[in-house]
Design a protein around this ligand. Structure first.
Ligand SMILES: [Zn+2]
Length: 123
């Protein structure tokens, strides 16, 4: 693929192919993919074990069994890895946890907030 569609390949792979034999580059790419897969597996396991988090904006502590359960249910957690050409940088991990108050305060202008379906709010 690298030879036929260079725009579709990782620049890291292209640089490696120019420096080393293609078999070495293939093994290095396989090892890199294995490390990425392992990191994703570990991350998923950690996410399952999260019992609390802290709002990155205001510092509010949120737990699923808190006195205010909606704080946990309505928090916003974003986590992803920047891909090729990402504004966050190739391969960088990006994450944030926000409480519902900070979601409203920071994104409120762009949030689509609609009442539940039905005239009484019950479907
Ligand atoms: Zn907050």
């Amino acid at each position: 693929m690298a030879a036929t569609k260079p725009e579709m390949t990782d620049s890291w792979v292209m640089k490696l192919c120019r420096r080393r034999h293609k078999n070495i580059a293939a093994v290095a790419l396989a090892a890199k993919n294995a490390r990425t897969a392992w990191a994703l597996l570990i991350r998923n396991q950690v996410i399952k074990e999260v019992a609390a988090c802290t709002c990155d904006r205001c510092g509010r502590r949120m737990t699923p069994d808190a006195a205010q359960p909606y704080e946990w249910a309505e928090k916003l957690s974003i986590a992803f890895r920047g891909g090729y050409g990402s504004v966050f940088g190739d391969g960088n991990d990006v994450s944030i946890d926000l409480c519902q108050h900070c979601v409203r305060d920071t994104l409120g202008e762009w949030l689509r907030i609609e009442p539940p379906d039905g005239p009484t709010g019950v479907e």
